[in-house]
Design a protein around this ligand. Structure first.
Ligand SMILES: [Zn+2]
Length: 255
């Protein structure tokens, strides 16, 4: 026996691509072509902010161009235009922190006034678009973050109920962190009777992305090996966990 962590072993022996293939074989994600016509739909974009998605945008942003993140931005842009055309509502989470108030375990990010807390340039038009509601949150779980401490009211749940949303399409960053927690919390809230007419949550896979931090990079910059986060594996695991909790995973949205 060895005490070598499993991720070290997987990466050393075969690399993240083989690890993904092995995981996807035993924990498959089934993606559907999801028809939205005739449904009362709404959309939630999770954190398409500069601090997470602009190249060089901050401590938690991609340091170099990243294909999965670029695809996410393009897909959010494209599908949001379809929702607006259909006159259906869109909520957008914006991760936003008070300067100097850390969010453990992460380094400073998306602090007010840095610009990191604002939409990436490609999606800046959303700020003024009809039917779009920006929601600033200061924690990973946006459902928790939308709770008004003084009143206990939840702005996201009120938005879902108020708009009569039956099918909520979710996308954004990171698939396995903020998207995952929002989707799982909303599924629990639905099952607990807190979301009015909400029936289904559809995660649009091409509109999701996560960050890439290889084991080698983590070790080189002095992080523990538990910080390793190979992008495609982490993205898959995020999708798998949302699917396991009852979300529909869509590879295509049909309007
Ligand atoms: Zn944050």
């Amino acid at each position: 026996m060895t005490d070598t962590p499993i991720n070290t072993l997987a990466d050393t022996l075969a690399g993240p691509a083989a690890a993904l293939e092995a995981i996807a074989t035993v924990m498959p994600v089934r993606k559907t072509r999801c028809t939205l016509a005739g449904k009362r739909i709404g959309k939630l974009d999770v954190d398409p902010v500069k601090g997470f998605a602009a190249v060089g945008g901050g401590n938690l942003a991609p340091p170099v161009a990243n294909a999965q993140v670029a695809r996410m931005i393009a897909e959010i842009d494209r599908t949001n235009r379809l929702f607006i055309e259909a006159q259906r509502p869109i909520a957008v989470f914006l991760d936003t922190h008070e300067p100097g108030k850390p969010e453990h375990p992460y380094p400073p990010h998306c602090e007010i006034g840095t610009g990191e807390e604002n939409l990436v340039d490609e999606l800046a038009w959303l700020e003024w678009a009809p039917g779009v509601t920006l929601m600033r949150k200061d924690c990973i779980n946006g459902v928790v973050g939308m709770t008004e401490l003084a009143t206990g009211k939840n702005l996201l749940l009120d938005w879902i109920v108020g708009n009569g949303i039956e099918t909520l399409v979710v996308d954004g960053i990171c698939t396995d962190i903020c998207v995952l927690q929002a989707v799982q919390s909303l599924l629990s809230a639905r099952n607990h009777g807190m979301t009015g007419p909400l029936r289904e949550i559809v995660v649009h896979e091409p509109g999701c992305a996560t960050y890439d931090l290889s084991l080698e990079t983590a070790q080189r910059i002095g992080l523990p090996d538990t910080a390793a986060h190979p992008q495609r594996v982490a993205h898959h695991i995020g999708l798998y966990l949302m699917q396991a909790s009852g979300a529909v995973i869509a590879e295509e949205l049909v309007f």
